[in-house]
Design a protein. Structure first.
Length: 186
């Protein structure tokens, strides 16, 4: 029975695009333990406005709504590793003189890969922010501008969701991840 369950779980993860080995911690209860990959990338930010997107700024490349609370875009070269629906966590560190990640870290949270960047971009992700200004040194500035360009930022894959059931905010995303985790452990 355990071999059959392990094979079935492996098939589920292979079909869903979730990367990482599966280890059955307890063969009696068949609890799946996942190990997800971490990537070091350059990171920028954008707004859902015509000047920064192509076509309809309110629709991502995946067809999902451009929700600044949960969407992240990835460069084309990362499409196999980070397919649409992949949920990532940004490790709040970065480097470089133009990196303002610390000023907007409270706006990042978990993100769903739902958009794609221009094909010329490589090893890069782009966080979607709203246009509501944040205060930096007494000035009101667009959070995407404050973010700037951050080098060597770690992003950790923490799950995968159905892109057709995109959450509307961070709370819904957390619930979706929890439900997916519980379903895998049953």
């Amino acid at each position: 029975m355990t071999g059959l369950l392990s094979t079935a779980l492996t098939g589920v993860f292979a079909l869903s695009g979730v990367a990482g080995p599966i280890a059955l911690a307890d063969t009696q209860n068949a609890v799946a333990e996942l190990t997800y990959p971490t990537y070091t990338v350059s990171m920028t930010a954008y707004n859902a406005v015509e000047a920064q997107t192509d076509g309809d700024p309110h629709t991502t490349a995946s067809g999902a709504f451009s929700d600044p609370d949960v969407v992240i875009a990835r460069s084309k070269d990362l499409a196999d590793e980070l397919p649409f629906g992949t949920v990532v966590e940004v490790v709040p560190a970065g480097s470089g003189p133009g990196c303002g990640i610390s000023a907007v870290s409270d706006k990042i949270g978990l993100r769903v890969v739902a958009d794609a960047m221009h094909p010329r971009k490589r090893n890069q992700v782009d966080i979607l922010f709203d246009t509501k200004p944040v205060s930096v040194n007494g000035k009101k500035i667009n959070p995407a501008v404050v973010f700037g360009i951050c080098k060597d930022v770690e992003i950790r894959v923490v799950g995968r969701i159905d892109i057709n059931k995109m959450p509307k905010n961070q709370a819904e995303l957390a619930i979706l991840l929890e439900a997916t985790s519980l379903a895998l452990n049953k």
